[in-house]
Structures are given as C-alpha cells and as structure tokens.
Design a protein around this ligand. Sequence first.
Ligand code: TRP
Length: 467
Amino acid sequence: MSAKVAKARDRFGNFGFVLAAAGSAIGLGNIWKFPYIAYENEGGSFVVVYLLAILLIGAPIMLAEVVIGRRTEQSPVGAFLALAKSSGTSKGWSWVGWLGILAGFTILSYYAVIAGWTAYYFVKCLGWSMSGFTPEIADSLGPSFGAFLANGWLQTGLQVFFIAITVGVVAMGVKGGIERTTKILMPVLFAVLVLLAVVSSRTAGFSEALNFLFHIGPITADGALEAIGHAFFTLSLGMGAMITYGSYVSRRQSLPRAAVTICFLDTLIALLASLIMFSIIFSVPEAAREETFTKSATILFTTLPRMFYAMPGGAILSPVFYLLVSFAALTSTISLLEVIVSYFIDVKGWARRKATVFVGALICLFGVPSALSLGASSFFSDLTFKGNGGFLSIVDYLASNWFLPLGGLGIALFTGWWLAKNLSRDEIEIGHGKFALYGVWLFLLRFVCPLAIGWIIWAVLGGRSFA
Ligand code: TRP
C-alpha cells in the first residue's frame, strides 16, 4: 500500500487498535474521577448529559482524530504539516499538534503521580489481606493516606516507577509493546470489573446505586458543563492521542465502527465502576456516608478499602481491584507517552528507544513538583492559581480546562470546515463502505462541537473550573 515508505510503519493488528484505544480512554478518569463527579452532581441527569456529550461531541471528534491520523500516518504535529502539503490547508494548524504535545506532557506528569497511588494501594492491600485488616487500620485510613501523600520521596519514587514501566512498554513499539500489553490487560480488566459488578449486585446498596445513577433529577448548567469537559478527558480527546493511535490503523478497518466501540466501552466502564463504588458505599448506613464523601476525590483510597474488608471475599477482591485500576492507568499513561514519543520519531527521525527514554526522563523531572505538592514541599503545596491549590491541581486545571477543550475545538473546526470533504469522506469509507452518517458527522463537527466547546471556554473564562 505505502510502497514508497522506506521503513514500514509499525501497525496494530486486528483487535489491537480498538483495545489500545479503549485502554487509553479507560483510566483514572473512569474509575477515580467519574464516580466522584457523578456523586457531586447528584447522579441522574448528570449521567444523561454526560452520555449526550459522549454521543454528540466525543464520538464525532474521536472519528475526526482517527481519520486525520490514518490519512496522514503521522502523529499530531506531522499530521497537520502533511495535510498542509497534500491538501493545501495552512501549516498554521500544526498549533493543534503542538498544544497536544504540551497537554500530553502536562497530563502525564501528574497522572503518573496518581497512578502511583493505585500501585501503592495494591501492595498495601496485599499486606492487609495477608496479615489481617484490623479496626485500628480501618480507623487510620484517612490519616495514613494524608501521611502517604506528604511523603515526598515515596511520591516521587512511585511516580518515577510508573513512568519507568510506561517507558518500558512504549520502547517495545506499537505492536510488540503497546498492543501486546493492552491485549492482556484489557480483557483482565473487563473480567474483574464484571466480577466486581456481580458481587456488588448482591450488596444492600445496589438498588439505591442503580436508582442514583439513572433517576431523572435536576441538572445545573455547571453540571452540564462539567459533563462535557469530562467527556474529553475520559475519551482521551483534544490532544491528538487518537490521531497518533489512528496513524497505526490498517486500511482494512472501519473507523466509524472502531470509534463507536471505543466510546461505548469507555462509557460502560465508567458506569460499571460507579455502580460498584456506589453499591459498596450505599451499603453503609446513611449517617456514616456524608463524612465518606466530604473529600470525594480521595474516597478511592480512604473509604473503599474499609468497605472492601467489610464485605465477604473482600480480602481477595481489594488487592485485585487496585491492581486493576493500576492496569487501567498504565494503558492510559502509555498513550500519553506515545503522543510525545511519536513526534520525535515521525518529525525528528529519532530511534524509538532513544525518544522514549529521553521523553520519559523529562517527564519524571517535570512530575517532581506535582509529587511534592501534596504536603511534602510547602512551596509547591501552597501555590495557588484560580482557586486550585498545589502544583498538581494547577497543572490538572490547565490541561483539563484549557489544553483539551482548545485542542478539541481546533480538531472539530479543522475537520469540519477546512479539511477537503472528498478527502475525509474517502478516508472514512476505506474499510467501511458507504458512510450514511457523513452529513450528520459533518454537522456535529461544524456546529454542535464548536458551540458546546465555545460554551465551555466561555464558562471557564467566567471563572468556572472543570478540574
Ligand atoms: N482517558 C484517560 C482517563 O480517562 C486519560 C488519558 C489518557 C487522556 N490519554 C489521554 C486524557 C489523552 C486526555 C488526552 O483516565
């Protein structure tokens, strides 16, 4: 097919792309963040708006990213430059690619810190399961989590550890590293989540959890905005991660089908994870619950262990659960690293191994302030910006509120208005056949996505934070 390419581009195999892309999308955003923001927004209608955002904004931009990626066989910066050359769009669009690299760099540096917590709690739970989870341990979960956060060496060490594993996988290449890892991890993750869901369906809190997630209740504008912002983060959109993965997809695959499958799996896992967490938490008497959720962002580590060990089989399920969350985080950090690494490979012509180690080292360094901003260093912990306290929250705010929505806006506008229609239609129909929804897709990209994202940016400028 691409006979003139001297060195054949590494490619995903049959199910490789969908699994790797689902692995990228499914991560801490689904298991850690979605349940707590759903709780804060009182479930119900928030979930409905989130589902609409996935369908009307997420899915079309997902397809746009993979179309750009497969057409150009380049990672983001190279992709926009290549399109400028071949179809006369302006080279200036490569700002979207650059912003993506900046976003990847930023997100990976703090995401690895949180991912490190999940790996650490896996080991901790193993210890508890073997030596017994005493009432004293249960009572000290909150304070011991605080002490853990404030341990700068441990935080930095875990972050470096997580990036080192990520570097190891990415250095092995697209098929030999990324695809092989996700092919093992993703099915395990599905299996364990389904198992946990079955277990949670027998808890006392299950029906309340179901009702909480799916009842129709009031929805605020803020809640709706948060749902849209989260749709970007959870689907790994807006920074060209899917352009990069799309550049390794074979021309035999149907891109629309793949995009829909990825969105579906990501949503399914977010809902399953919420159902599991809420079932466990709603099994606790109401009076004890409020305090549980006062720091909703940390329930995964301060409340969940106690609940696991209070339920039958918990001694086995709890380490398995944290291992699973680490897996989910790993398949996401892999994709974040791949975006930056592929820039050095595609545009700069570096060898994969050299690029991976170089970028990994840089990110470890940049992650140190985040790792130290949870209490270890008062300088980094006390920094504030727009209501976000600590370096980690600030970089998360910048990435989620600015880089991703702006990148997503760029991709929607570029594909909707600038990219030649015959080109996008042609690429979509390769491996798919006639695409009946082409007009709908274009309409969503041209009008619905820009208006919705514009609304987010307007709201953020008005002081609303999505982080
Ligand atoms: N989607 C992942 C999650 O939900 C995080 C992630 C991985 C991501 N790659 C990304 C977010 C690219 C934005 C862009 O945890």
